[in-house]
Design a protein. Structure first.
Length: 149
C-alpha cells in the first residue's frame, strides 16, 4: 500500500520566490521514489522536479521562481514503490497553491523585467528602422533601361 499525505494548498506564497513542496509518503516497501510536477496557472506544460527524501517518510522538492506567479501554482505529486504507483492531484486536476503579490523578473535585484528595460526598445527601434530603410532602398531602384541625360 502506497499513501501520499499532503496538505499545503491552504497557505499562500509570495510571487517570485522559490517554494518548497513536501509530502509524507508511506509504504511497506523501502524503495520509494517521488516526483513533483508543477506549472504556473495558465501554462500548458508541467515541469518535473524529483523529490528527495528529507527525513523519515517526508519527501520535498523546490519549485523555482519562474513558476511562482499569480494567481496560483498548480502541481501534483507522483510516488512509486516497486510496482505500486499513486498520485496526489493529477495533470487534469492539479492541486493549487495561491500566489500573492506581483511578479518580478529577478527577486532581490530590483531590476525590471527585460521587456521594460529602455535598451530593449531602443535596440528594437534601430532594427525596425534598418529593415524599413533596406526595404525602401531595395524597392526604389531605378529602371535599368532608363538612360541618364
Amino acid at each position: 500500500m502506497l499513501v501520499i499525505d499532503h496538505n499545503e494548498s491552504e497557505r499562500a506564497v509570495p510571487a517570485g520566490e522559490a517554494v518548497q513542496i513536501s509530502a509524507r509518503i508511506r509504504s511497506q516497501l523501502s524503495n520509494i521514489s517521488a516526483r513533483l510536477f508543477f506549472r504556473a496557472t495558465g501554462d500548458k506544460k508541467f515541469h518535473l522536479a524529483p523529490m528527495q527524501r528529507v527525513e523519515g517518510p517526508r519527501f520535498a522538492a523546490r519549485v523555482p521562481t519562474f513558476a511562482v506567479v499569480p494567481p496560483a501554482l498548480e502541481y501534483y505529486i507522483e510516488a512509486n514503490a516497486g510496482s505500486a504507483r499513486t498520485t496526489k492531484g493529477s495533470a487534469s486536476s492539479p492541486l493549487h497553491l495561491p500566489v500573492v503579490g506581483q511578479e518580478i523578473a529577478d527577486p532581490g535585484s530590483g531590476k525590471p523585467p527585460w521587456y521594460k528595460r529602455w535598451y530593449v526598445w531602443v535596440s528594437l527601434g534601430i532594427v525596425v528602422a534598418g529593415v524599413t530603410a533596406a526595404i525602401i532602398v531595395a524597392t526604389n531602384q531605378p529602371d535599368p533601361n532608363t538612360q541618364l541625360p
